[in-house]
Design a protein around this ligand. Sequence first.
Ligand code: ZN
Ligand code: ZN
Ligand code: ZN
Length: 385
Amino acid sequence: MLASPSAEVLTDRLRRAVSAAAAADVDALLVTPGADLRYLVGYDAIPLERLTCLVVPASGEPVLVVPRLEEAAAEASGAGAVVKVQTHDETDDAFAVVAGLLGDALGERISRVALADRMWAEQVLRFREVLPAAEQITAGRVLRALRLRKTPDEVAGLRQAGRAIDEVHQRMGEWLRPGRRELDVGRDIAQAIADAGHRRVNFVIVASGPNAASPHHDLSDRVIEAGDPVVVDIGGTMPDGYCSDCTRTYVAGGEPDPEFTRYYAVLLEAQQRACDAVRPGVTAESVDAAARDVITAAGYGPAFLHRTGHGIGLEEHEEPWIVSGNDTVLEPGMCFSIEPGIYLAGRHGARIEDIVAVTDDGVERLDTIDRELVVLHAPGDPVLG
Ligand code: ZN
Ligand code: ZN
Ligand code: ZN
């Protein structure tokens, strides 16, 4: 298992965040629990009503403000090695504490603060009260460039996450078969996601038969029938914070609808073309087009009803978005999903998803298990399909 980033790596990230903030004319970053906080100081804090906030002034010392009862957790994360930790008590106004720290560091000069993208609205409004002169922008605008290009260590984290989730897919025949409910299959998969080394199970989609036509179906008590296509999209978070996300479509015993078999072949080709299109210098939207053109040419264009992919890292969904209209130029270290799908409402659907990393001269797939259609039979099942 990879260790969390070293104090050296975190200190460097903080330093780069400060220069990015300065370049964006931001006087301070205010980072509440979430991926940005973990990225900058290694603290995987739980978002709660008491304020935990990393205060990074454009000049002066960064401070991690935490409720006293979470001081031990903050220290245990190692954040104390890279940033001063300051506690507040139950009766303190934590927002005033932050404003005071900024006043000490910057004096009157606080005209713009960048707030963590996922900060709770009630906290955003409290910061507006205590810093009335400060324009609020999202920290993503400042931190985007840092998090978008992964370092080799971060890619290694995603590679390890990919291996772990691939392991779960490889065991699918143990659980997925006709006669079982999606819910029961999902429970087994969740256990296997944890067993494979994930710290958290982020989602388990088992979408069988007509449910497979809903891309974000999760689990239901529908009993899987013989010949059902079943979309299984699963992901979790590894101990180092990096996420996995991989989809395979299976057939649970029996013979699927011939049309399903036909468009599955189209989908497989679309996914391959999109992966082949990935390299430094091409745009995100060109990768989307590579998948979409194949599906459209086969007459299923309207059935591919979502973008081709999303970035992944410390969050399951982050930039870059692999979507028409996004002219972001791919660079080495960017990591994202390639997950075209075809969905026929009321009937069935399919999706194939791998995480890929842009390398110096091309692409590396971080999910490497077979993508050919797999028909699963229960052990000893006499049915052959
Ligand atoms: Zn999704
Ligand atoms: Zn997925
Ligand atoms: Zn995905």
